[in-house]
Design a binder for this molecule. Structure first.
Ligand SMILES: Cc1cc2nc3c(=O)[nH]c(=O)nc-3n(C[C@H](O)[C@H](O)[C@H](O)COP(=O)(O)O)c2cc1C
Length: 227
């Protein structure tokens, strides 16, 4: 990646470039939890977020806020939140996957992340401004649908930059405590946490269900051979 300062105004001045072919980024982007402690430049972080902002939002409200956390005390708070939820979830997960070595490897990576949380160089916390209405049903999908496209943009941009990142939600089991840690007003809701840094390991292709297995033509259950 050719890295230089972002202009911040989207005007196309000297900016970091992300030259990786889109398909390569999409097929190799995955949760990277083991990260080095080396710092990540502010300029690069701002460019990642700038690219995240190219995503759609409901009614083009652009009601997103991104909190970039480097402060160790705040990372420790998030580490405790993550560890609290992981203590329960991990125990259940280990028991359920006791005969599944692949899943056990994932859980070992999650454990590594939990053990090193405060050492992760940066946490990005994508948030939404405005209320999450309980009704009608489209309110929920429009609400979270206004942040996750930007999160995926950010993950893909991080991948193209060679950074390691993961989308996690365990630290948000208590939005009250997460809000308090970040000083967020009640009108702003944290939706995800993205621990970010230079990876210890290597990216590789992800394993996903085959397309023919998940596609239904016109009506649910109607399958045909997929070209
Ligand atoms: C909504 C959501 C919440 C997630 N929460 C966590 C989390 O709290 N901790 C974690 O380690 N991974 C979390 N993940 C990451 C998934 O475990 C990961 O994307 C999945 O295992 C696929 O991994 P891969 O992309 O490396 O193949 C979350 C993913 C999503 C989409």
């Amino acid at each position: 990646m050719n890295e230089s300062l972002p202009t911040g105004d989207g005007s196309g001045g000297a900016q970091p470039r992300f030259d990786m072919p889109l398909e390569e980024a999409m097929t190799t982007q995955r949760a990277i939890r083991r990260l080095r402690t080396d710092p990540v430049d502010d300029a690069l972080l701002l460019r990642l977020i700038e690219l995240a902002l190219k995503a759609p939002t409901g009614s083009n409200a652009q009601n997103w806020e991104f909190v970039v956390v480097r402060d160790r005390a705040i990372k420790e708070k998030f580490g405790r939140l993550n560890g609290g939820a992981w203590g329960i979830y991990g125990r259940i997960g280990r028991w359920l996957s006791r005969n599944d070595p692949a899943m056990q490897r994932v859980l070992a990576a999650v454990q590594w992340q939990a053990d090193h949380f405060a050492d992760i160089p940066v946490l990005i916390v994508p948030c939404l401004r405005g209320p999450r209405l309980p009704w009608p049903p489209l309110a929920a999908t429009s609400y979270y649908g206004s942040i996750y496209p930007s999160v995926q943009n950010l993950l893909l941009a991080a991948r193209a930059a060679g950074l390691g990142a993961a989308l996690i939600t365990l630290p948000l089991w208590s939005t009250v405590l997460a809000r308090r840690a970040l000083g967020l007003p009640w009108s702003v809701t944290p939706c995800a946490v993205i621990p970010l840094g230079w990876p210890r390991g290597r990216y590789g292709p992800t394993t996903r269900r085959p397309v023919a297995e998940v596609v239904h033509w016109d009506r649910f259950g109607n399958r045909r051979a997929t070209a």
